[in-house]
Design a protein around this ligand. Structure first.
Ligand code: IMP
Ligand code: MG
Length: 182
Protein backbone atom coordinates (compact mmCIF):
# COMPACT_ATOMS: atom_id res chain seq x y z
CA UNK A 1 0.00 0.00 0.00
CA UNK A 2 1.43 3.36 -0.99
CA UNK A 3 0.40 6.17 1.36
CA UNK A 4 0.65 8.85 -1.28
CA UNK A 5 -2.23 7.26 -3.23
CA UNK A 6 -4.56 8.02 -0.31
CA UNK A 7 -3.87 11.75 -0.57
CA UNK A 8 -6.31 13.79 -2.61
CA UNK A 9 -4.39 17.05 -2.47
CA UNK A 10 -1.28 18.49 -0.87
CA UNK A 11 -2.28 21.48 1.25
CA UNK A 12 1.14 22.58 2.54
CA UNK A 13 4.41 21.39 1.07
CA UNK A 14 7.48 20.47 3.09
CA UNK A 15 9.08 23.79 2.09
CA UNK A 16 6.02 25.86 3.06
CA UNK A 17 5.88 24.14 6.43
CA UNK A 18 9.59 24.69 7.12
CA UNK A 19 9.29 28.37 6.27
CA UNK A 20 6.31 28.77 8.58
CA UNK A 21 7.97 26.86 11.42
CA UNK A 22 11.07 29.08 11.19
CA UNK A 23 8.83 32.15 11.30
CA UNK A 24 7.11 30.86 14.46
CA UNK A 25 10.48 30.04 16.00
CA UNK A 26 11.67 33.59 15.41
CA UNK A 27 8.56 35.06 17.06
CA UNK A 28 8.90 32.79 20.08
CA UNK A 29 12.62 33.58 20.37
CA UNK A 30 11.78 37.28 20.36
CA UNK A 31 9.01 36.96 22.97
CA UNK A 32 10.74 34.62 25.43
CA UNK A 33 14.16 36.21 25.73
CA UNK A 34 15.38 35.92 29.33
CA UNK A 35 12.25 33.99 30.32
CA UNK A 36 12.61 30.35 31.26
CA UNK A 37 10.76 28.76 28.39
CA UNK A 38 9.03 25.51 29.26
CA UNK A 39 7.47 23.77 26.28
CA UNK A 40 4.69 21.28 26.74
CA UNK A 41 4.07 18.99 23.83
CA UNK A 42 0.83 17.18 23.35
CA UNK A 43 1.45 13.68 22.04
CA UNK A 44 1.48 12.29 19.52
CA UNK A 45 0.55 14.44 16.54
CA UNK A 46 2.67 17.44 17.46
CA UNK A 47 6.02 15.70 17.93
CA UNK A 48 7.02 16.30 14.32
CA UNK A 49 6.18 20.00 14.60
CA UNK A 50 7.90 20.21 18.00
CA UNK A 51 11.15 18.73 16.75
CA UNK A 52 11.39 21.29 13.96
CA UNK A 53 10.10 24.19 16.07
CA UNK A 54 12.60 23.82 18.94
CA UNK A 55 15.46 23.95 16.44
CA UNK A 56 14.12 27.30 15.21
CA UNK A 57 14.13 28.73 18.74
CA UNK A 58 17.53 30.11 19.71
CA UNK A 59 16.94 30.24 23.46
CA UNK A 60 17.53 27.81 26.31
CA UNK A 61 14.34 25.79 26.84
CA UNK A 62 13.05 22.56 28.25
CA UNK A 63 10.37 20.21 26.96
CA UNK A 64 7.94 17.87 28.62
CA UNK A 65 5.20 15.65 27.24
CA UNK A 66 1.56 15.07 27.88
CA UNK A 67 -0.92 12.83 26.17
CA UNK A 68 -4.60 13.53 25.96
CA UNK A 69 -6.99 11.53 23.92
CA UNK A 70 -10.17 12.94 22.42
CA UNK A 71 -10.15 11.00 19.20
CA UNK A 72 -10.71 7.36 18.49
CA UNK A 73 -10.35 6.02 14.97
CA UNK A 74 -13.14 8.32 13.85
CA UNK A 75 -12.52 11.81 12.48
CA UNK A 76 -15.17 13.40 14.67
CA UNK A 77 -14.28 14.87 18.07
CA UNK A 78 -16.09 12.93 20.78
CA UNK A 79 -15.78 15.78 23.24
CA UNK A 80 -14.62 13.22 25.74
CA UNK A 81 -11.09 13.96 26.85
CA UNK A 82 -8.89 11.54 28.72
CA UNK A 83 -5.48 12.21 30.29
CA UNK A 84 -3.27 9.41 29.05
CA UNK A 85 0.11 10.69 30.22
CA UNK A 86 0.94 13.49 32.63
CA UNK A 87 3.98 15.79 32.76
CA UNK A 88 7.11 14.69 34.56
CA UNK A 89 8.01 18.15 35.80
CA UNK A 90 6.35 20.78 37.94
CA UNK A 91 5.27 23.86 35.97
CA UNK A 92 4.74 26.13 38.95
CA UNK A 93 6.13 29.62 38.18
CA UNK A 94 7.30 28.62 34.68
CA UNK A 95 6.60 30.32 31.36
CA UNK A 96 4.70 27.55 29.64
CA UNK A 97 4.17 27.25 25.91
CA UNK A 98 1.84 24.47 24.79
CA UNK A 99 2.73 23.17 21.35
CA UNK A 100 -0.14 21.64 19.38
CA UNK A 101 -0.48 20.20 15.91
CA UNK A 102 -4.04 21.30 15.24
CA UNK A 103 -6.87 23.02 17.10
CA UNK A 104 -10.21 21.86 15.78
CA UNK A 105 -13.23 22.16 18.11
CA UNK A 106 -10.88 23.40 20.84
CA UNK A 107 -12.31 20.93 23.34
CA UNK A 108 -9.01 19.13 23.87
CA UNK A 109 -6.99 22.29 24.37
CA UNK A 110 -9.61 23.87 26.60
CA UNK A 111 -9.50 20.91 28.94
CA UNK A 112 -5.71 20.87 28.87
CA UNK A 113 -5.33 24.60 29.58
CA UNK A 114 -7.73 24.44 32.49
CA UNK A 115 -5.80 21.61 34.09
CA UNK A 116 -2.43 23.32 33.48
CA UNK A 117 -3.53 26.73 34.78
CA UNK A 118 -4.51 25.11 38.07
CA UNK A 119 -0.84 24.19 38.57
CA UNK A 120 0.24 27.82 38.84
CA UNK A 121 2.47 28.57 35.85
CA UNK A 122 3.85 32.12 35.60
CA UNK A 123 2.38 32.36 32.10
CA UNK A 124 0.75 30.00 29.64
CA UNK A 125 0.41 30.40 25.87
CA UNK A 126 -0.37 28.16 22.93
CA UNK A 127 1.47 27.61 19.67
CA UNK A 128 -0.40 25.57 17.08
CA UNK A 129 0.73 24.73 13.58
CA UNK A 130 -2.80 24.44 12.23
CA UNK A 131 -5.95 26.28 13.19
CA UNK A 132 -9.26 24.83 11.94
CA UNK A 133 -11.09 27.84 13.36
CA UNK A 134 -14.29 27.24 11.40
CA UNK A 135 -14.97 24.19 13.61
CA UNK A 136 -14.35 25.90 16.95
CA UNK A 137 -16.79 25.12 19.77
CA UNK A 138 -14.89 26.62 22.70
CA UNK A 139 -12.80 29.73 22.34
CA UNK A 140 -9.13 29.17 23.13
CA UNK A 141 -6.49 31.90 22.88
CA UNK A 142 -3.78 31.03 20.33
CA UNK A 143 -0.69 33.22 20.72
CA UNK A 144 1.10 31.62 17.76
CA UNK A 145 -0.40 29.84 14.78
CA UNK A 146 0.94 28.60 11.49
CA UNK A 147 -1.84 28.04 8.98
CA UNK A 148 -5.58 28.47 8.94
CA UNK A 149 -6.99 25.24 7.58
CA UNK A 150 -10.32 24.78 5.82
CA UNK A 151 -12.90 22.34 7.15
CA UNK A 152 -11.23 19.22 5.77
CA UNK A 153 -9.51 16.31 7.44
CA UNK A 154 -5.77 16.65 7.03
CA UNK A 155 -2.93 14.18 7.56
CA UNK A 156 0.86 14.22 7.48
CA UNK A 157 3.65 16.03 9.34
CA UNK A 158 2.57 14.26 12.52
CA UNK A 159 -1.16 14.27 11.92
CA UNK A 160 -2.82 10.91 11.62
CA UNK A 161 -5.89 9.15 10.47
CA UNK A 162 -6.29 6.02 12.61
CA UNK A 163 -2.57 6.32 13.59
CA UNK A 164 -1.37 6.38 9.99
CA UNK A 165 0.17 9.00 7.67
CA UNK A 166 2.13 10.73 10.49
CA UNK A 167 5.38 10.26 8.59
CA UNK A 168 4.36 12.12 5.45
CA UNK A 169 6.66 15.17 5.16
CA UNK A 170 3.83 17.39 3.88
CA UNK A 171 0.25 18.08 4.99
CA UNK A 172 -2.48 16.81 2.73
CA UNK A 173 -6.15 16.08 2.43
CA UNK A 174 -7.16 12.46 2.67
CA UNK A 175 -9.38 11.01 -0.05
CA UNK A 176 -12.93 10.75 1.35
CA UNK A 177 -13.25 7.05 0.51
CA UNK A 178 -10.48 6.26 3.03
CA UNK A 179 -12.84 7.18 5.88
CA UNK A 180 -15.37 4.58 4.85
CA UNK A 181 -12.85 1.85 4.16
CA UNK A 182 -12.35 -0.63 7.00
P1 IMP B 1 -10.27 19.24 19.13
O1 IMP B 1 -10.47 18.86 20.56
O2 IMP B 1 -11.52 19.06 18.34
O3 IMP B 1 -9.71 20.64 18.97
O4 IMP B 1 -9.29 18.20 18.49
C1 IMP B 1 -7.93 18.33 18.54
C2 IMP B 1 -7.27 17.04 18.15
O5 IMP B 1 -8.06 16.34 17.17
C3 IMP B 1 -5.95 17.28 17.49
O6 IMP B 1 -4.89 17.34 18.41
C4 IMP B 1 -5.84 16.10 16.54
O7 IMP B 1 -5.29 14.99 17.18
C5 IMP B 1 -7.26 15.79 16.16
N1 IMP B 1 -7.64 16.38 14.85
C6 IMP B 1 -8.52 17.39 14.62
N2 IMP B 1 -8.62 17.68 13.31
C7 IMP B 1 -7.76 16.83 12.69
C8 IMP B 1 -7.40 16.64 11.30
O8 IMP B 1 -7.85 17.32 10.37
N3 IMP B 1 -6.47 15.67 11.08
C9 IMP B 1 -5.92 14.89 12.05
N4 IMP B 1 -6.23 15.05 13.35
C10 IMP B 1 -7.14 16.00 13.67
MG1 MG C 1 -4.77 12.65 16.50
Amino acid sequence: MIMIEDIEKVLYTEEEIQKKVEELGRLITRDYERKNLFIINVLKGSVVFLSDLIRSITLPLSIDFMAISSYGPSTQSSGVVRLVKDLEENINDKNVLVVEDIVDTGLTLNYLLKSLKARGPKSIEVCTLLDKSIRRIVDVPLAYKGFDVPDVFVVGYGLDYDQRYRNLPFIGILRPEIFTRT
